[in-house]
Design a protein around this ligand. Sequence first.
Ligand code: ATP
Ligand code: MG
Ligand code: FE
Length: 357
Amino acid sequence: LRMLGIETSCDETAASVVALDESGTPKILSNVVLSQIEDHAAFGGVVPEIAARAHVEALDGIVASALDEAGVSVDDLDGIAATAGPGLIGGLIVGLMTAKAIAAASGKPLVAVNHLEGHALTARLTDGVEFPYLLLLVSGGHTQVILVRGVGDYERWATTIDDALGEAFDKTAKLVGLPYPGGPNVERAAREGDASRFSFPRPLRGEARLDFSFSGLKTAVRQAATAIAPLSDQDVADICASFQRAITETLEERVGKSLSRFREIYPDIDDPALVVAGGVAANKAIRETLDRLCGKHAMRLVAPPIALCTDNAAMIAWAGLERMRAGMASNDESMSFAPRSRWPLDERASPMIGSGK
Ligand code: ATP
Ligand code: MG
Ligand code: FE
């Protein structure tokens, strides 16, 4: 089977072809990602209208490159998968409508894919992880722990009650004057800093619920930065290091609770895994923390390559293949599916339910 994937939910215009052979082994034939970071950098964040226009301009060329690099034509495909939500509505419309047009013109089936399902299933493409496993999704827009029981079978255990983790990195960067996107810059600055200089809060520490909260941390960073302004390079490094320590300790405590629960529910599975996905998974300090934490719970940390942790279309093509293989892809439903800016993963993953709203 060969699937074309299209991803336009945020600020990456992406297309990819993924193949699945008879033995069930997947292969990424191409994976083309055009980042719009430079279009948005001057504004300190993603501007939806600029994003949608950039997708319109770039998508046809990106799809052509993905087919070209894979050495296939539309005729060789078994389907077309496109992100149908959640995300910025303008971009979703561009991607899904383009996919519908290709599907209609070629007679190939369309699979409308939930972007979060793409993130959730990537570890099966890259590492062949078996169900059930636990997913920690940490990106610019999401901070969730999800129990992945099977294709289309998800249970959300935790979410953020305010800011997403990537957002907290981006806002901290802004507060100390580092450029967008903040995550990598905060991580770099943190390496030169003293993590014990500022004592930032550890939100929700000790609470029985599994959720996350990061807005209090941002407020604490703002207060610290204001109190000592103007900031020297060393001040910036110390704030970033202290912030990152607060984050890693918070994740250790919060995610630890979910791991305990997973082990309670599934005491006997062979190779219990925590999968981490999303752009924040690029952070080395966070990866090391999670790795250690998994060790304590006799679990394995699976972190797909960074290019497949951040937004990409290979994960969308793969989710399309998983759905098709599981008999969970209906062309009629997908062709009439309207893009959804909000679309929680655990609200049954079928695109039929609540379509368009
Ligand atoms: P979503 O997938 O939820 O719609 P998104 O597309 O913004 O959101 P990604 O592209 O997966 O998310 O990730 C981008 C986020 O990851 C940004 O907030 C960025 O600051 C953060 N990030 C990237 N690299 C790092 C890093 N090394 N450390 C911390 N955060 C990082
Ligand atoms: Mg992104
Ligand atoms: Fe994403």
